[in-house]
Every structure is written in C-alpha cells, then in structure tokens.
Design a protein around this ligand. Sequence first.
Ligand code: PMP
Ligand code: GLN
Length: 379
Amino acid sequence: MASKLPRVGTTIFTRMSALAADTGAINLSQGYPDFDPPQALLDALARAVREGHNQYAPMTGLPALREQLAAQLQHHRGVRVEPDAEITVVPGATEGIFCAVMACVRPGDEVIVLDPCYDSYEPAIELAGGRAVHVPLTLPDFRVDWQRVEDAITPRTRMLMINSPHNPTGSALYREDLEQLATLAERHDLLVCSDEVYEHLVYDAREHHSVLQWPALRERAFAHFSFGKTFSVTGWKTGYCVAPPALTAELRKVHQFVAFVAVTPVQQAIAEFLAAEPDYPATLAAFYQRKRDLFNDALAASRFTLVPSAGTYFQLLDYGAIDQRPDSELCERWTREHGVASIPVSVFYQQAPELRLLRFCFAKSDATLLRAAELLCKI
Ligand code: PMP
Ligand code: GLN
C-alpha cells in the first residue's frame, strides 16, 4: 500500500531516546523532566483513582477542571474565556493540534509553518489534504520575518501555525510579533493555530504573549496548552485547547472521534491541584531559569557557543568551533562517544540552512546537568 505519509519515519525524539538507552548516555534529547511533579499532585491522582474517577469524563473535559483553567487564563493572561463553549480538555496538545488542523484544513489548503518547526504539524496538515508552506525564522536569533510570512500567503492559505516559546530554538515572540500576526491574520482572513505549551517557561523577565490577548487573534485562533510541561507530567498526556465557540465546536467534532475524551483521573487531579495551588505555574520560570543557568555556567569552559534561550526547557549549543560535520551525524556520534544525547536542529527544517546546532533539554536534576556539562566540556 502506498503510504499516506511517505516522508515520515519514526520521530527523532523516539530515536534519540532509544539510542541514549542503548548506549547508557545521559538523555538530554527528548524533552521531559527527570523529576516528579509536586507531591500534592501525585496524591491528588492517587485519590482520584481511589475515589472512583475512573470512567469517561464529559467529551469536553471535566467541568471543574475547565473552571480552573478559565480562572488561570484570567489570572495569568487577563483574558475571559467561557469554560463550556471555549475550552476543550484533550489527551495532549499533539491531539489538540491534530484536531484543529483536521477540523479546518481542506484538501488543497495551504498552512504556513515557521521553520524550524515542531515535528507533529506537517503530518497533520498532510493527512488533512493540505500543504505546509515553510517560512524560515531569521538567523541568528530565530525571529519571524513577517514580510516573508506575508509574501508566502496565497488565496489558498487557510492557517498559520505559530509556536512560542519555541521548540527547538528556545526563542519567544515579542509583543510586536503578535501585533504583526494580528494584522496579517485579519488582513488575509487566516486562522491561527498557536502552540503555547511552554507558556510558563519564559526567562530573564520576558513575558509570554498569548494569541488570546489580542482581540483580532482571539476570534480566529486555537491556543494549545499542555499539562505535561506545566506540571512536569509529560506521560500523563493531557492538555487543553482554547478557541472561540464556533471553532471549538468544529474542533470537538473531530476530537470526539479521534480520542473522544482525555483521561478522567488526571483531569480530576489537576482540577484539585489548581484549586489548592493556583499560583504553582508562576513558580516554573524561576525554577527552570536556575536550571538553564546552572547548565550554561557549567559549559563556560566548553568549546560550544551558547545560543540564548528565552523560553522552553531547551538550550541550543553551537558546535561550529569544534566540528563542521552535519548535526545529525555528530548528534549520534557524540551520544555514543561522549555519553550525552541531544537533538539535531536541522531535522526540523524543510530546507536547513548552514547550522551547527544541537538541542539539549535542561529539565533534569542538577546532578545530571552538571555531569552532562562535564562530559560536553571534554568534546
Ligand atoms: N508542541 C510542542 C512545541 C512540544 O514541544 C510538545 C511536546 N511534547 C507538544 C506540542 C506536545 O505536547 P503533548 O505532550 O501535550 O501532546
Ligand atoms: N516535545 C518533546 C520534545 O521536543 C518530545 C515529545 C515527543 O517525543 N513526541 O522533545
């Protein structure tokens, strides 16, 4: 049978984590914390299971959780969101993004993505029958060239995907970016799919700007969030999508037949945790900034050049002063020979420019980060 996704193989995250496991390397490749969430959240999950929250939740998500999420959005972003009509709890942002694309992209439609681009977007667009149009972020600091974005818009352009804070580069959009995006989206009547899963992981007093904060975007955007990042539980695979009622209705038509619902006890646990500790997400920036700085300080003696990371839990290291070989080759070689696994950046491009960049996840214990840095200093 001819593949519907002929250019897709096993993801780089799966491959690099497997290589790290096979070789015993420190795994700074796939993005996930190596520590547990707050004890109160673990307790809430155990309690939820014990107390019988074990059957299907409502398709849209537990009302108590959606209420908490609306309160969070009001608190952190100053936006009013209607929990019943505008919030859908999903089994991970990946599913939410997939459903948004499936719901809106028709055969022949074009969707603009910004390279380097998270790996799940293009397959979703292709499965919907659409075509991803790739616009590269500008080097060296991975900003959006909005003129280039506008030049890529055609009468077939249906949607624009953005991701801030940005995986894999760690860059983050500025207020002016959102203003430009709003102008463009309105002028060309585009939908916006905004991946904000790292919303709370922004550093150095930078602020996260959500599409939900711009009225012109609010009415045409899907905003995707992930509890995996916010509560250090990537394996719980739960998140939520916010969109205006008409778009939410379309998303739910797809969601109810892709997954139908997200896992019930996880929803119950997060609802309880947020009710008890509404300020917890605000603690993440300082927590991760310290980890980033610890890792980076320990790399000061290395031959790598640090690319400033404004957000996410990823740090890019430029190895141009050490070696000129392609990142995919070196990434594998250094995992085997130096015992630290990372992710090559070029795989997130349709057409990669000359880059010598590897991505390292710093959501790890201090001891692991220091040990990894020590090994990297020997390269
Ligand atoms: N978008 C980006 C940019 C990500 O890094 C991730 C991380 N895994 C996701 C979406 C998916 O999140 P989830 O695990 O909630 O599906
Ligand atoms: N988002 C994670 C990363 O960037 C990976 C998630 C996955 O393996 N699909 O590393």
